[in-house]
Design a protein around this ligand. Structure first.
Ligand code: HEC
Length: 85
């Protein structure tokens, strides 16, 4: 039983990353990916801080509060963390 729960949650995690990837590729690569690497992005920051920047923007970074649910932001960030820097 425990095993089943574990498998299920792993599958969910995979779907979340896929979702994050789709959104990231659609909205963020134009500025944040160059030669397959992440640029302009200190991904080692706290997640809450990163969410704040994505929501409210900062120098050169557009505002995305109108576009994403918190849930999706979470997925995008998790995906970003898997990218090479
Ligand atoms: C128009 C270009 C552009 C687009 C599109 C863009 N960004 Fe950014 N982003 C930037 C720039 C430039 C910075 C650096 C800003 C700074 O140093 O203050 C930044 C900074 C960030 C940071 C904060 C890094 C930090 O800790 O200070 C995060 C997180 C981030 N972007 C996520 C995203 C996500 C997620 C998307 C897609 C939804 C996205 N960005 C789309 C240009 C962009």
């Amino acid at each position: 039983m425990l095993f089943l729960i574990l498998i299920t949650s792993l599958c969910f995690a995979q779907d979340d990353l896929e979702r994050g990837k789709t959104l990231y590729n659609a909205y963020c690569t134009s500025c944040h990916t160059k030669d397959e690497k992440v640029v302009n992005l200190p991904v080692d920051k706290e997640k809450t801080e990163m969410i704040k920047v994505i929501r409210s923007g900062s120098s050169g970074m557009p505002t995305y509060s109108w576009l994403f649910e918190d849930e999706d932001l979470d997925k995008i960030i998790e995906y970003m963390k898997t990218l090479p820097k």
